[in-house]
Design a protein around this ligand. Structure first.
Ligand code: NDP
Ligand code: HSE
Length: 437
């Protein structure tokens, strides 16, 4: 005997939602076999229900009343692909409170208030899945919250924004400046008309918060993520990285630091030089990749399409099957376990205490004692120099200094003092260096 259908409320039918509808339609019989029951759309909430849409769904399913649809007694699972904080939070908290399974791709909401969703899932004994919220199609969050649950994750390093990776890859391969590469990304449809969320690192910071929360069992919000974007990266920085055998990437880094007594997490998003031999250096174009380091598993790499309607819908469908199957086969003891349990509750280390290596480029006067004076400033702030490279140009020179690991605050104080030295014409750039020492 076939189990009764699992009925979905789809909230949103845009880039991702339309592909979810298509996949549900095209794969209906496979999905039914995998779930053990048919999976049916009970309704689709959109902003403009009267609009003609090229999706294989009965027009009568469309409504503007998302909350009404969520509350309907014939809805088992709510799939949210609208985005934004409100009204999505109200819809999802209500769904979970009512014990309905929830699947969402909403990174903004999870990064701002994942705790509210987790608490509602616990209260309602409901399932909450959000694989599509980070790195689109790449199976990453389920490995973090399930497959690696017996291990201790120490560090997650990712390229989680396709737009900025496309721009930086173009700058590296063609020598273009930031503005020119952004123009190309916009023309090809990677960058949005307002690219701020991508190029200033807000999108990556939201994803970093979710990754850190899952990896370290600690609630980290987007506001707690240190963030720098890529708008200041110049063609000269990219060329300088190339000379060092490096490439510049916008990285999201989440790590657990300190011993048992002083354990903390640091979570940051910023451009960084990485050696061309690093697995993430080969990730070009708009692709995403995440490098996970764990005590027992060692190093793991996840790679693929981080955005786009169909790739993101693939992750949403995987979650729908997981939630629907649990409803058909009965409670598994998993309900309310979202991966966002914050039992470790570690403090988030301020950026000033985070230890990184730096690449500092200075234009200086080329005369006796300059190098010694500059080195003295680094020494005074206890920043140890690893390499120095000087290129002379008449009475001036460019100095490229790469440091050993030093706290961000010490480097910031060093740079502030360098800027005030009369022999330093300009501090041309300061970039972090990751992966290698
Ligand atoms: P779109 O802007 O393409 O679609 C949004 C949908 O939500 C539209 O169908 C819109 O209705 C509907 N909507 C907006 N406001 C309301 C409202 N108040 N009530 C009911 N429906 C509403 O967004 P995307 O599909 O690109 O993104 C959806 C989610 O997926 C976001 O959280 C995003 O961050 C996430 N995501 C997207 C990726 C991508 O590549 N696009 C990748 C990974 C995650 P209408 O059609 O009438 O305008
Ligand atoms: N704008 C994002 C990117 C896609 O460029 O990767 C959605 O997360």
């Amino acid at each position: 005997m076939t189990a009764p259908a699992v009925r979905l409320a789809l909230l949103g039918c845009g880039t991702v939602g339309a592909e979810v509808v298509r996949l549900l339609h095209e794969q209906a019989s496979d999905l039914a076999a995998r779930v053990g029951a048919p999976v049916e759309l009970a309704g689709i909430a959109v902003r403009r229900p009267g609009r003609a849409r090229d999706v294989p769904a009965d027009p009568a399913l469309f409504t503007a009343d998302a909350l009404g649809l969520v509350k309907r007694s014939d809805v088992d699972v709510v799939v949210e692909v609208v985005g934004g904080i409100e009204p999505a939070r109200t819809w999802l908290v209500e769904a979970l409170r009512l014990g309905k399974g929830v699947v969402t791709a909403n990174k903004a909401l999870l990064a701002e208030d994942g705790g509210a969703l987790h608490d509602a899932a616990v209260a309602g004994g409901a399932d909450l899945y959000f694989e599509a919220a980070v790195a689109g199609a790449i199976p990453l969050l389920r490995p973090l919250r399930e497959s690696l649950h017996g291990d201790r994750i120490t560090r997650v390093t990712g390229i989680v924004n396709g737009t900025t990776n496309f721009i930086l890859s173009a700058m590296d391969t063609t020598g273009a400046g930031f503005a020119e590469a952004l123009e190309e990304a916009t023309a090809l449809g990677y960058a949005e008309a307002d690219p701020t969320a991508d190029v200033e690192g807000f999108d990556a910071a939201a994803k970093a918060a979710i990754l850190a929360s899952l990896a370290f069992h600690t609630r980290v919000s987007a506001a707690e993520v240190y963030r720098e974007g890529i708008t200041e990266i110049t063609a000269a920085d990219v060329a300088s990285a190339r000379e060092m055998g490096c490439v510049i990437k916008l990285l999201c880094l989440a790590e657990q630091t300190g011993g048992q007594a002083g354990r903390a997490v640091s979570v940051r998003v910023h451009p960084a030089m990485i050696p061309r031999s690093h697995p993430l250096a080969a990730v070009g174009g708009a692709f995403n990749a995440v490098f996970v380091e764990a005590d027992a598993a060692g190093q793991l790499m996840f790679y693929g399409a981080g955005a786009g309607g169909a790739p993101t819908a693939s992750a949403v469908l995987g979650d729908i099957v997981a939630v629907a199957r649990a409803r058909v086969s009965g409670p598994t003891g998993q309900r309310g376990q979202t991966g966002l349990e914050a039992y470790a509750d570690l403090p988030v280390r301020p950026i000033g205490q985070v230890v990184t290596r730096y690449h500092v480029r200075l234009d200086v006067a080329d005369r006796p004692g300059v190098l010694a004076t500059v080195a003295g400033v680094f020494a005074r702030h206890e920043v140890s120099i690893a390499t120095v490279h000087q290129t002379g140009r008449g009475s001036e020179a460019t100095l490229v200094i790469v440091t050993h690991g030093a706290p961000d605050a010490a480097l910031a104080a060093t740079v502030a003092e360098l800027r005030d030295l009369p022999i330093v014409r300009t501090v041309v750039s300061v970039l972090r260096v990751e992966g290698g020492e």
